[in-house]
Write a protein that binds this ligand. Structure first.
Ligand code: ARG
Length: 454
């Protein structure tokens, strides 16, 4: 009987403990506690000497943790209890005063918000690093043209830099999402107590300022049960991973023999154990693959939250593992992709060769006829038939004789042969288009944008 009760209590405890993952909140937990103790003394709620002992004790605990000799105790469940219990061992009864006017509910909320702020800053830096890699590849290959695709079919000529800058734009949106999320996370929940506020004259604004928060939460019940800022992060991270996954997918395709547009640096590809000729783009593949778990964490947290009545419920402890995993994955992927992009070799001649596929100039031919007065819809039909004809004769549009052109429309003249892939790109001279001078402006704007936010 006694034995089964012991087994049962071990099981119960191991089911509810979180110390093996929430210990990574230690720095934030300790920083929050130090400021809380100092505020309690400033407000005359605890003595100055007690506060001093508490702060000193907490600082030794931080040293113990960082030195790897902190006596972690699983039965103490989480980081908050581990730290507080150790504080008792180190300084005795004054330790009991730290938790005055505080609950683990507002404590864990403040820890997570502080941790999230760090992650969000790292994410913004990581995104900027990948953007920089894209811009510098684009800049180094300003003149290179390549096929642009729709439906994965060669469609129209674009500049490689234009293609890369498309990812810059996606990442720019990701970065603003992270900044926005930081703004919403950066509000202090401490002072909310368990759920209703606390019966002590806390100076929440002072604590907020000391801990670098922009302000304090407005409703104690919301404050201890709000995980929206984590959901915002998860959603932003999922979108950012999706963008990197699309980039990875393109790099995987581009590094195949069929495309041959890029070669991954040896450091970012590995050989096959059986086929000696192969260089596999593993890093890009793994980045693409890791996207799934980040999506998973978003769904997991949404599901954890959906049925919870106000206020704190223990279910919310399940916010952590997914968040740590998603943030680790996002930051590592940003780092890897920045290196993959900046070290890849661009095979400009292969891209140019693919771009010389004359059928990609079909739209330009239609626009040529429009320039000579034919309505676009009609021109589209004429060129479609012209292309089918050239194709059946096994000729490119450049090789097709003038009399064949003329057979389709009297408007065709010798100047039709002056339509080239580069000319096609040059013609798309609208804001946001692929004309070289537009792309040059876009590169400048991208650099300005990166420089400003450095
Ligand atoms: N480990 C808990 C969590 O992560 C801390 C808060 C516990 N609060 C409580 N009332 N049991 O959510």
């Amino acid at each position: 009987m006694a034995e089964s009760r012991a087994a049962c209590s071990a099981m119960t405890n191991s089911y509810t403990v979180s110390i093996h993952y929430d210990r990574r909140l230690y720095r934030h937990d300790i920083a929050g506690s130090m400021v809380h103790a100092r505020m309690l003394a400033r407000q005359g709620i605890i003595g100055e000497e007690d506060a001093r002992l508490i702060v000193e004790g907490l600082s030794s605990i931080r040293d113990e943790i960082e030195g790897g000799h902190f006596p972690w105790q699983e039965e103490l469940e989480d980081i908050h209890m581990n730290v507080e219990s150790r504080l008792h061992e180190l300084i005795g009864p004054p330790a009991g005063k730290l938790h005055t006017g505080r609950s683990r509910n507002d404590q864990v909320a403040v820890d997570m918000r502080m941790y999230a702020r760090d992650v969000l800053k790292d994410a913004c830096n990581g995104i900027a690093k990948l953007q920089r890699a894209l811009v510098s590849q684009g800049d180094a290959h300003r003149e290179v043209v390549m096929p642009g695709y729709t439906h994965m079919q060669r469609a129209q000529t674009v500049l490689l830099a234009h293609h890369l800058l498309a990812y810059f734009e996606m990442l720019q949106r990701d970065r603003t999402r992270m900044e926005e999320c930081h703004r919403r996370a950066n509000v202090l929940p401490l002072g909310s107590g368990a759920l209703a506020g606390v019966p002590y004259p806390l100076d929440r604004d002072w604590v907020a300022a000391e801990l670098g928060f922009d302000g304090v939460t407005a409703n104690s019940m919301d404050a201890v049960s709000d995980r929206d800022y984590l959901l915002d992060f998860h959603a932003a991270a999922a979108t950012c991973m999706m963008h990197m996954s699309r980039l990875s997918e393109e790099l995987v395709l581009w590094s195949s023999s069929e495309f041959g547009f890029v070669a991954m640096a040896p450091k970012f590809s590995t050989g096959s154990s059986i086929m000696p000729q192969k260089r596999n783009p593993d890093f890009a593949e793994i980045a693409r693959g890791k996207t799934g778990r980040v999506y998973g964490s978003l769904m997991a947290l949404l599901t954890v939250m959906k049925g919870l009545p106000l206020t704190y419920n223990r279910d919310m402890q399940e916010d952590k593992e997914g968040f740590f995993d998603a943030s680790d994955t996002l930051l590592a992927t940003l780092e890897v992709m920045a290196s993959v992009v900046s070290t890849m070799e661009v095979k400009a001649e292969r891209m140019e060769q693919a771009a010389s596929d004359s059928f990609m100039l079909a739209t330009d031919l239609a626009d040529y006829l429009v320039g000579k007065g034919m309505p676009f819809r009609q021109a589209h039909g004429v060129v479609r038939e012209l292309c089918a004809h050239a194709h059946s004769r096994g000729l490119t549009l450049q090789q097709l004789p003038m009399q064949d052109y003329r057979g389709f429309s009297e408007l065709f003249e010798e100047d039709v042969y002056r339509i080239t892939p580069r000319g096609s790109a040059e013609a798309r001279n609208v804001t946001g288009g692929t004309a070289p001078n537009q792309v040059r402006l876009a590169l400048e704007e991208a650099k300005r944008c990166l420089g400003e936010e450095e």
